[in-house]
Design a protein around this ligand. Structure first.
Ligand code: DQA
Length: 147
């Protein structure tokens, strides 16, 4: 089972960016932890980050056939990118949307997710742990399908 983790814009600034909201750990810390977690869970993981909408769309398209599921934090694209929403809808892989912060406790514009209707589920506000929980959910979802 292979999982692709995609982090969107500004998530390369984790650790530096608004640490009271996103914590003091970096994207490298997050990705290292996910690699270790994946090993203990006996899944394969690849991590990708981009600040560019088109690159994220390409990564979503290219994941089909190469991965069994996607963990996606689209960053601010969550709130307005119909193109990313359509990319998710265009593939058959399960996608779980993750937000580090509790977007519902923040500014009004963060309460809307245009990607939410086309993902399998959302994990919000649980910090970096959300990515691990999303991986477990995919493992169960995809494992269940193969049984
Ligand atoms: C975020 C929440 C978004 O509103 C914000 O634009 C981000 C990060 C999160 O992980 O909490 O860049 O997706």
């Amino acid at each position: 089972m292979k999982i692709l983790v995609i982090n969107g814009p500004n998530l390369n600034r984790l650790g530096l960016r608004e640490p009271t909201i996103y914590g003091s750990n970096t994207l490298t810390d997050l990705e290292k932890n996910l690699l270790v977690f994946a090993e203990t869970e006996q899944v394969e993981v690849a991590c990708f980050q981009s600040n560019h909408e088109g690159d994220i769309i390409d990564a979503i398209h290219e994941a089909e056939g190469q991965f069994d599921g996607i963990v996606l934090n689209p960053g601010a694209f969550t709130h307005y990118s119909y193109a990313i929403r359509d990319a998710i809808a265009s593939i058959t892989l399960p996608v779980i949307e993750v937000h580090i912060s509790n977007v519902h406790a923040r500014e009004e514009f963060r309460h809307t997710s245009v990607t939410a209707p086309v993902v399998s589920g959302q994990i919000v506000g649980l910090g970096f742990k959300g990515y691990e929980l999303a991986m477990l959910a995919l493992k169960e979802q995809v494992g269940g399908k193969n049984r």
